[in-house]
Write a protein that binds this ligand. Structure first.
Ligand code: NCD
Length: 383
């Protein structure tokens, strides 16, 4: 192949073996290469066209950079674990979500911010809430979202999963949103793909966007975290929502009471601002928020709870037990709920006490912010 460098590696013209027409390749640092045809066979003409295109491209790029590439506090390309998030990084997501809370109240909810970007929803486990929340977020920002239902496919673990990821990677996606029953899978995937990876739940490990949306819901209600006491109740052992919330809410300065039966509390939660209780009355005292968790039946191996009625009597939240918390305490639940098992149905639907619907709205706003921030960071720092 004939090749001439015009601006070192950044601008080249070349001819393919089977063609007489000069091709142009423009490659700026940290940006994808752009290949276009000069449509001429004459070398001097091709050089002029290439230089003209290059100058135009540089000017355009500068305008785009100026308008769309912001300096966010969060500078990583993936969002996988809450335990790696610093306070200012969490705040960055919360602050950026504010404009989307307003945006989502408009009649026309469509922006071009992520036009031409490709986002894949890769869900290896059932999900309605999280999957649609990401879908709505991506589409409102103008991105193309592809839903890949992988739960029932033959691809489940090990080699084949990584083959699937390599295949999808070759389609040049911008973001992969991954939910999988195996802990740590998003991290492994992030090491082999060029796209940003968002962990939308990996086994009982982490679910950072759920905890971010919970933090946003709390921030909207209370303004700050420093004086708050938040109870997280139920099946802590199997809940990725609990793990991510413990990290994020304690980093933001809230005090946390973990409440549940001994068999459903992991042995290794020991942090200065976390207290553990096996009794709702003692654990809910002085709490501003009562966050209930679903009993993760699909992850419970062996007998952790005796029967559901007994569980509800001891650890299910109803108006009586909510009375142990502060007078104006609010109720949260990530959904889906087991009504009558961990939460009383009437209380769950009582909009004067329950923030459950608000959590869903905040979920869309926070995921819009996550997509914007990660894609911006990838353009800026990814190679
Ligand atoms: C949670 C999940 O999948 O971990 N749900 C959610 O993301 N909305 C909680 C749960 O399944 O109990």
């Amino acid at each position: 192949m004939k090749k001439i460098n015009l601006k070192e590696d950044h601008l080249q013209i070349y001819k393919r073996e089977n063609s007489n027409v000069w091709q142009i390749k423009i490659k700026l640092p940290h940006k994808k290469a752009l290949r276009i045809s000069s449509r001429t066979k004459v070398l001097e003409d091709a050089k002029n066209i290439a230089l003209h295109k290059y100058n135009f491209f540089i000017k355009e790029r500068k305008n785009i950079d100026k308008n769309s590439e912001k300096n966010f506090q969060y500078k990583k390309i993936h969002l996988i674990e809450s335990k790696n998030l610093k306070k200012n990084e969490i705040e960055c997501f919360l602050i950026e979500s504010n404009k989307y809370i307003k945006f989502n109240k408009q009649n026309i909810k469509k922006s071009n911010l992520l036009k031409g970007r490709t986002v894949f929803n890769l869900f290896f486990e059932d999900s309605t809430r999280t999957r649609t929340s990401f879908e709505v977020a991506a589409k409102r920002l103008g991105a193309d979202l592809i839903n890949v239902a992988l739960k029932d496919s033959s691809i489940n673990k090990g080699e084949t999963l990584f083959d699937t990821m390599t295949t999808i990677n070759s389609m040049d996606p911008d973001v992969l949103i991954v939910r999988h029953p195996e802990e740590g899978i998003s991290k492994k995937i992030s090491k082999i793909v060029k796209a940003c990876v968002i962990n939308a739940g990996d086994g009982s490990h982490e679910h950072p966007t759920q905890a971010l949306l919970d933090a946003l819901t709390i921030k909207k209600k209370f303004g700050s975290f420093a004086k708050l006491k938040i109870a997280i109740c139920g099946d802590i052992l199997h809940s990725r929502v609990a793990k991510s919330n413990i990290e994020i809410l304690s980093t933001l300065g809230a005090k946390i009471n973990i409440i549940g039966p001994k068999t459903l509390i992991p042995k290794d939660i020991q942090q200065p601002n976390i207290k553990i209780y096996n009794n709702m009355k003692a654990g809910l005292k002085n709490c501003d928020i009562v966050m209930m968790l679903r009993i993760q039946k699909e992850r419970i191996v062996g007998k952790h709870i005796t029967n559901e009625k007994e569980y509800f009597n001891k650890f299910g939240l109803d108006y009586k037990k909510l009375g142990y918390a502060k007078k104006q305490a609010f109720v949260m639940h990530p959904g889906p709920m087991n009504r009558g098992v961990e939460i009383d149905s009437k209380l769950a639907d009582d909009v004067t006490r329950s923030l459950i619907q608000e959590q869903v709205s905040m979920g869309v706003a926070i995921r819009m912010a996550c997509l914007e921030i990660l894609i911006n960071n990838k353009d800026k720092y990814g190679s």
